[in-house]
Design a protein around this ligand. Structure first.
Ligand code: TYD
Ligand code: MG
Length: 467
């Protein structure tokens, strides 16, 4: 029965795929109903030999894979996963101890952030005797060599191949049996199995799926480098996130050296860890002491500045929030923020306006997180509010004060997690007074005064009382 019908369904028909989110629609639309992007639907064929059809094996040498048998849970061994250390301690920690053979890692980030640099450093440091293959679709082999020359360690044995055809990787993969294959970037690859253009969702997904299948079968680590668009979606294929085992993102502000490496997804470890790097003349360097790094250029006693103990994963770091509030000219007041979400700033301005008597709505407001870090946790709210109030009132916070706590729409200051870590880090760097939510946990520390507030209005009154 099945055999008789399968011929009939293999005819080619068209669907329209969104180049942003990968969703497929049966007909063309101006706007993708899944992600809301305009003009992103492009035609793609399915059926026939396209992505809907059976997947031909890229490396046809290895025929039918073993079909695994179902086993009772108690008989499944958990001997711990073998790991290949990358030689970059920060990266190993984020990965959960190193690369797992046969796993697929997506390294995503904005163009120019340092993905290729990190990949080359990984190639130089990785602890394996088997070869490592670096496939570059963006640059020539010479350009790769030029970049590698800047790095502290030259991965001299690294096999470099400038190639964009997925099928062309079969021979070198078979010949060299590499332990790690790095693909820079997945958006430049294309396979003959799909007709659409390189970089399209169908191409990226199919190329990645083909390579992942080979990596799984050979126990090779596959590292796919992927570009992220401004909106933060991994360009085109958010679909890739489902296909890979680990999603790493490298983030940072342009023009700043500071970089954070996070695991957004990790099948073999926690997603809590972050790696902290700095881009130097000789590649990415670990930052052992992020707080000292951020506070190095701080000028105490200037209105508009507040120190906040953040926790990224399990790493506490003190950052300086800076604000400048000036009377607005004609028309709409300007709101500009770097390092903090615009929506969060708008919310805090509205709360401050209603719940404390600081007039901010008629002012231009500029907010900046010093050092190029991006703050995403709400624990910085109190620090932001105090920085804003401090600038507006022209009253500097004392040099030994740090603040943290989330602010709700009612002006209430809410408790946040990992208070002990924050307190200890602030104390370590010499902060003697900590402003925090009432009822916040965390141990009492000798020599550190805890000043607790229930409402943002109380915190602003405390600031006024310093005058
Ligand atoms: P790159 O790794 O090419 O970024 P991506 O692959 O994410 O697009 O790095 C880009 C930037 O890093 C580029 O502006 C040059 C800078 N850089 C350094 O500052 N130091 C270095 O040692 C290297 C290799 C690059
Ligand atoms: Mg690159």
């Amino acid at each position: 029965m099945l055999a008789r019908y399968s011929g009939a369904v293999a005819r080619v028909r068209s669907v329209f795929g969104c180049t942003d989110c990968g969703a497929q629609q049966p007909r063309w639309l101006g706007r993708c109903p899944d992600c809301g992007a305009w003009n992103t639907l492009v035609e793609a064929s399915v059926g026939g030999t396209g992505s809907g059809g059976p997947r031909r094996d890229l490396l046809s040498v290895d025929a039918a894979p073993d079909i695994p048998k179902a086993r009772p849970l108690r008989e499944i061994e958990t001997a711990g996963l073998p790991r290949i250390e990358t030689g970059i301690a920060e990266l190993d920690r984020v990965l959960g101890g190193g690369l797992v053979p046969g796993s697929v890692v997506l390294l995503a980030g904005e163009p120019g952030i340092g993905k290729s640099t990190l990949a080359l450093q990984l190639a130089a440091g990785v602890n394996t005797s088997a070869p490592i293959l670096y496939v570059t679709g963006e640059e020539s082999a010479e350009q790769v060599r030029l970049r590698a020359d800047r790095l502290p360690e030259l991965p001299g044995d690294l096999l470099v191949m400038a190639e964009t055809r997925v099928e062309a990787l079969a021979d070198p993969w078979r010949e060299h049996a590499p332990a790690v294959v790095l693909v820079d970037s997945i958006q430049t690859l294309h396979t003959q199995q799909v007709e659409s253009a390189p970089g399209s969702v169908a191409q990226v997904r199919e190329s990645a799926a083909l390579l992942a299948a080979v990596a799984k079968r050979h126990g090779t680590v596959l590292v796919l480098i992927g570009h992220v668009t401004k909106e933060g979606a991994i360009a085109g294929p958010r679909v890739l996130e489902h296909l890979v085992d680990v999603v790493l993102t490298l983030e940072g502000e342009r023009g700043h050296a500071f970089r954070l490496l996070r695991a957004n997804k990790n099948r073999f470890g926690s997603t809590q860890e972050v790696g902290v790097f700095q881009m130097t003349e000789a590649g990415l360097e670990a930052v052992e002491n992020p707080s000292e790094h951020f506070l190095a250029e701080r000028r105490a006693g200037v209105p508009g500045s507040c120190i906040v103990p953040l926790v990224e994963g399990t790493r506490p770091m003190l950052v300086e929030i800076q604000s400048l509030v000036v009377p607005a000219g004609y028309g709409m007041a300007r709101r500009t923020s770097v390092g903090i979400d615009d929506g969060r700033l708008a919310l805090l301005l509205a709360v401050l306006d209603r719940r404390s008597n600081v007039d901010l709505l008629s002012c231009d407001v500029y907010l900046n997180v010093a050092g190029g870090v991006r703050v995403s946790e709400p624990g910085a709210d109190l620090g932001v509010a105090l920085a804003l109030a401090s600038s507006r009132l022209d009253l500097a916070l004392p040099a030994d004060v740090a603040a943290c706590g989330e602010i709700g729409l009612g002006g209430e200051i809410r408790r946040i997690g990992r208070m002990d870590l924050r307190l200890r880090e602030a104390a370590r760097l010499g902060f003697r007074r900590l402003l925090l939510p009432k009822g916040a946990d965390g141990q009492e520390l000798a020599g550190v005064e805890r000043i607790a507030f229930r409402e943002v209005g109380e915190a602003v009154e405390w600031l006024r009382s310093l005058a």
